[in-house]
Design a binder for this molecule. Structure first.
Ligand code: TRP
Ligand code: SF4
Length: 521
């Protein structure tokens, strides 16, 4: 397990340690826990026990965060359909940081998920200004590495954004639910941002929902935390396409999220105050709330609503609001609700349906009346790898990363000259132990070289911090493993060349437009 660097909790709570997540900038994250408080990313540790046979990147805390992964874990446990998708901007060679994502896609595929990997060529062209020839060359390299690591192209789907017509149609539809004002606030886009760059964002939102085009299903998108803004937007846009919104309700009047628990409590305690506990009246509940709860804004609002409802009985129900629904879709829903129901203008209350049943029904009717029925997409976030030279791992600094195409001997040399968390002298190291938590070489073991072997990773860690391991030998061992990994990976790449040729995906494009992308800002 990779330890978090200790931080002052107050600093986190007040956001003093601000992190920006910029998909096209240079995101570094000093404190991963701040992402929980600031952006609402959830800690992965909490879902880990729900994941059957978790991947080593999950077990070792490399995957540190998620959004809504529970529903994916549940589908995995129940043998229900689910999907995994991620995308790659072909701006350079695939490197060991991309390998994390390749492995995550492949692992979910092995667990039974429908797997998708895409080449974000529109994004590379519009946001990074790459020529089509460069894009084609890099796209090939990404795909070869993905296949070499074990992606099964017969079971999974590979595509590039530019030639996927269905994807473009989906992007167009979803664009109707995205506003420029959001692009401004989420990405800092302004009057200078090119329309093509904006189109590439809508395309990524479509990528994220693409696995659900045939049939809605839980879908996980493994990415670095810099991509979280796209996830948030995709989740919002997906919600906006939904025809109906369901909620728990207690009377004809609608209570908001703060008021609802109070009213639920009043209903639960009806025996205490109701003349006839079979039909507790709203006014009676109002009086009880006033005595049982201290004064708060939510309590006062709930009380007022209940008083206005007067003698109406308080009665739990599931409510469907028609949001995007046409009259026809709403009529179909009303028709489909079984048991006792009451129809209002724009919403219908069902008295014999649980919230889960209501959600299923809403989705089914939506799909039968021309909607997508999207499930909110889930995500997984992995830590950025530290550069071998100590700072950020960057594609533009060759010594900082190891490309999957690096000559194995160069890979060996890069590891040999990497920065470490070692002490100044061997004597000091023996006495104090190394700082494995701050060591890029230890990261190589944990993220890649130890593979599935937790015992080995732990041994390296314990020996390092215990002072038994010295950096020279440690690096030599890591360098040797790296050389073997690269050699083996490159042999596999050669073997899967034919697979790539068999794919029905255009790896070569003939497009006009190089040099037309202006530099932004
Ligand atoms: N924007 C991503 C990157 O910069 C690439 C990408 C495009 C992507 N579409 C995606 C990632 C969908 C995840 C899901 O690398
Ligand atoms: Fe890093 Fe190995 Fe040195 Fe420990 S012994 S600090 S893991 S290089």
């Amino acid at each position: 397990m990779i330890e978090d660097t200790p931080t002052d909790d107050d600093a986190v709570a007040t956001g003093a340690d601000e992190t920006t997540l910029d998909p096209w900038g240079s995101s570094t994250v000093d404190d991963y826990r701040s992402l929980f408080a600031e952006f609402g990313i959830e800690s992965f540790d909490e879902v880990l026990p729900e994941v059957p046979d978790p991947h080593y990147l999950m077990r070792r805390g490399v995957i540190f965060g998620h959004r809504d992964y529970r529903r994916v874990a549940q589908a995995m446990r129940d043998g229900d359909p689910f999907a995994v998708l991620s995308g790659f901007m072909p701006t350079g060679d695939p490197h060991i940081g991309h390998k994390l994502v390749f492995d995550e896609i492949i692992w979910h595929q092995e667990q039974g998920g429908d797997a998708y990997a895409l080449i974000a060529d529109l994004e590379a062209h519009s946001a990074r200004g790459l020529s089509w020839a460069e894009i084609d060359e890099h796209a090939r390299d990404y795909l070869l590495s993905l296949l070499a690591l074990g992606f099964d192209p017969e079971e999974g789907d590979l595509y590039r954004q530019s030639t996927n017509r269905e994807l473009q149609d989906l992007a167009f539809e979803l664009g109707s639910n995205a506003r420029f004002a959001e692009f401004e606030s989420i990405y800092g886009f302004d009057g200078e941002t090119s329309v093509s760059h904006m189109q590439s964002v809508v395309t990524q939102i479509a990528d994220i929902l693409y696995p659900q085009l045939a049939e809605p299903k839980p879908t996980v998108v493994p990415v670095g935390p810099d991509q979280d803004p796209h996830m948030r937007l995709a989740r919002d846009v997906a919600a906006r396409t939904r025809f109906f919104k369901t909620s728990e309700a207690y009377a004809s009047v609608e209570f908001d999220g703060d008021e609802r628990p109070l009213v639920a409590d009043a209903y639960a305690n009806r025996d205490e105050y109701a003349d006839d506990p079979e039909t507790p009246r709203c006014v009676e509940a109002a009086a009880w709330l006033k005595s049982a709860y201290g004064q708060t804004g939510a309590r006062d609002r709930a009380v007022t609503k209940l008083e206005n409802a007067g003698k109406e009985p308080l009665r739990p129900r599931t409510r469907f609001f028609a949001r995007q629904a046409t009259d026809e879709a709403f009529a179909a829903l009303v028709e489909a609700v079984e048991g006792d129901k009451r129809v209002y203008d724009g919403h219908v209350d069902a008295f014999d349906l649980s919230l889960d049943e209501a959600d299923d029904l809403a989705q089914r009717v939506e799909m039968e009346t021309g909607g997508f029925g999207f499930v909110a997409p889930s995500s997984l976030y992995h830590r950025f790898m530290t550069g071998l030279t100590g700072g950020k791992m960057s594609s533009s600094v060759p010594a900082s990363h190891i490309s999957l195409l690096d000559d194995p001997e160069d890979g060996y040399d890069k590891v040999k000259s990497a920065a470490t968390g070692g002490r100044d002298t061997a004597a000091e190291q023996r006495e104090l132990g190394g700082k494995a938590d701050e060591c890029p070489v230890y990261e190589l073991y944990a993220y890649l070289l130890a593979g599935d072997d937790d015992e080995f990773a732990t041994e390296v860690y314990d020996e390092c911090v215990g002072g038994e391991r010295l950096c020279g030998d440690c690096k030599k061992q890591a360098a040797t493993l790296m050389r073997e990994f690269l050699k083996d990976h490159q042999e596999k790449r050669a073997e899967v060349k034919d697979l790539l040729a068999d794919l029905d995906m255009d790896v070569e494009t003939e497009r006009t437009g190089d040099g037309l992308v202006p530099a932004e800002e």
